[in-house]
Design a protein around this ligand. Structure first.
Ligand code: P5A
Length: 369
């Protein structure tokens, strides 16, 4: 592609709310354009980068045996009433009604939708375990959308859902995803720390946020810095190795502020190993057992002829947020720095020109056709 033909609408005019570097640089270099508060169009340059991130996310999901599918953005309210979250979700949920006056919503997440698909098609334990994922737009009517693509209302998420027969099996699925996340962020040139975190509206009691360090991050983090040294390349995708991986990470204190306790921090971590800083949450994984399968009556027959509610987890990566997060983590002197794996272009060809001979330019143009 010729640079002169690329649609990169650079601009110097920045809105006053563009406070952080990634937001400013993405607007200035024509990667995105705001449509309304917290809603953006992705222009060719930004879209190219997001698609490369999506590809890496997809490959690592496939590597642990997760199966890709695509669920709709618009969901019926009924399934959310069944799970009990229709009222709990509050004003963050965009509620709409169709011409028949049926209540619908723009999905902020898909636990209900996938549970409904699973319960209507899987009846036997023999089909377990299963992990499904899709990469799809979400809408959350955030009270204060800010920081460009980092906290917006419409955003692109990879969300995966695991189904297992027992809690023990579900922890194996959880560990696989934990591993896939470490690999994904590593391929994106990021050092992510898995931190114990609150589960909020998704629920459950086992959860990790994957956070990358950045001054402009919204999450306050407290950690033992030795957690950065855990050798993630040493683990393999098998049950024993992944259990060891989880144990190795669990040796080191690492929590977000909602789980922070100063006494525990000081008792467990020597002063010289303590880090208290800010980070960006790029992924979040949850195990919540039968929180959705029970109220939505999603069960399978067991080998001894009984029925049991399936044990579920869900696993998110902020694909569009990652574009901003990578800029925040890596920019230097006003310049974005992209790891080669996701750089929009790997090489720029500049033909050496001679005033009286344009054959080099003609050759370069031909080679681009
Ligand atoms: C896990 C998958 C969930 O929604 N349900 C399905 C679970 N988790 S989460 O933590 O709420 O979101 C997952 C990741 O999505 C990104 N994210 C956002 N990105 C941009 N703007 C937002 N407003 C936004 N909210 C969440 C984060 O990267 C988060 O880790």
């Amino acid at each position: 592609m010729l640079l002169s033909k690329l649609f990169i609408p650079v601009t110097k005019d920045l809105p006053s709310e563009a406070k952080i570097k990634s937001h400013q640089l993405m607007l200035r270099t024509g990667m995105i354009r705001q449509s309304s508060a917290g809603i953006y169009s992705w222009l060719p340059l930004g879209f190219k980068i997001m698609k490369k991130i999506e590809k890496i996310v997809r490959e690592e999901q496939n590597n642990i045996g997760a199966q890709e599918m695509l669920m709709p953005t618009i969901q019926p309210a009924d399934i959310w009433k069944e799970s009990g979250r229709y009222d709990d979700y509050g004003e963050e949920m965009l509620r709409i009604s169709d011409r028949q006056k049926r209540e619908m919503l723009y999905g902020p997440t898909n636990e209900e939708q996938i549970t409904e698909i699973f319960r209507s098609s899987v009846k036997s334990y023999k089909l377990l375990p299963q992990i499904f994922y899709h990469i799809q737009w979400k809408f959350r009517d955030e009270l204060r959308p800010r920081f460009g693509v980092m906290r917006c209302r419409e955003f692109f998420m990879k969300d995966a859902y695991s189904f297992d027969l027992t809690e023990k099996d579900a922890v194996i699925s959880y560990n696989k995803m934990f591993f896939a996340y470490l690999k994904t962020f590593q391929r994106l040139g990021l050092k992510s720390i898995p931190m114990k975190a609150d589960t909020g509206p998704i629920g459950g009691d086992l959860s990790h946020e994957f956070v990358i360090l950045a001054e402009t991050g919204e999450s306050k983090i407290f950690a033992d810095k030795r957690i950065f040294e855990v050798p993630i390349n040493d683990y393999k995708n098998n049950e024993i190795s992944l259990k060891k991986m989880r144990n190795d990470f669990m040796e080191f204190y690492a929590v977000t502020d909602d789980k922070f306790n100063a006494d525990t921090f000081n008792q467990n971590v020597n002063k010289e190993n303590q880090i208290q800083t800010k980070g960006i949450e790029v992924g979040h994984i949850f195990y919540f057992g039968d929180k959705y399968s029970k109220p939505m009556n999603c069960s399978v027959d067991t080998s001894d002829g009984k029925k049991t509610f399936v044990k579920m987890g869900s696993y998110g990566i902020g694909v569009s947020r990652l574009v901003g997060a990578i800029i925040e983590a890596k920019y230097n002197n006003e310049k974005m720095k992209w790891p080669k794996s996701i750089a929009p272009f790997e090489a720029v060809v500049i033909p050496a020109l001679n005033k009286n001979d344009d054959s080099n330019l003609i050759r370069a143009k031909k080679s681009l056709r």
